[in-house]
Design a protein around this ligand. Structure first.
Ligand code: FES
Length: 124
């Protein structure tokens, strides 16, 4: 199938192969199997210059560092990814920590809450 204006999805359920067409380039990409058992996203955005609430000014970077350090120190880097992320659109409730595949979202996380997150999600 080809289209020069619309993005098409071909064989969504079977081949996991997507083909996007444009007048100039045809892009092909394939879904990749998840290669981490867990992915933790920590919003670290600082919007204080705009006067808006955000995660960054509330220790978000330290929360990310503490989670990242735990993963590194316990040799979990092959299983667990801890990523800084951009705004998750819950700014006034931040810092926001999201954990997959549990699909768990923690709001108003404090540095002192990190131990509990580790116990609940990273220690089997
Ligand atoms: S700044 Fe963190 S959710 Fe928006």
């Amino acid at each position: 199938m080809r289209s020069y204006k619309n993005i098409m999805v071909e064989s969504l359920t079977n081949s996991k192969k997507y083909i996007f067409s444009s007048p100039f380039i045809i892009y092909t990409m394939e879904l990749h199997e998840p290669y981490y058992e867990k992915h933790i996203l920590v919003c670290v955005i600082d919007k204080s210059a705009t006067g808006k609430n955000s995660c960054g000014p509330k220790d978000a970077e330290e929360i990310w560092k503490k989670l990242k350090s735990y993963v590194k120190e316990n040799n979990l880097k092959a299983k667990i990814r801890v990523s800084k992320t951009y705004c998750l659109d819950l700014c006034s409730h931040g810092p926001i920590v999201t954990i997959y595949p549990e699909n768990t979202v923690y709001k108003q996380v404090k540095l002192s809450d990190v131990e509990e997150i580790i116990k609940k999600h990273l220690i089997n």
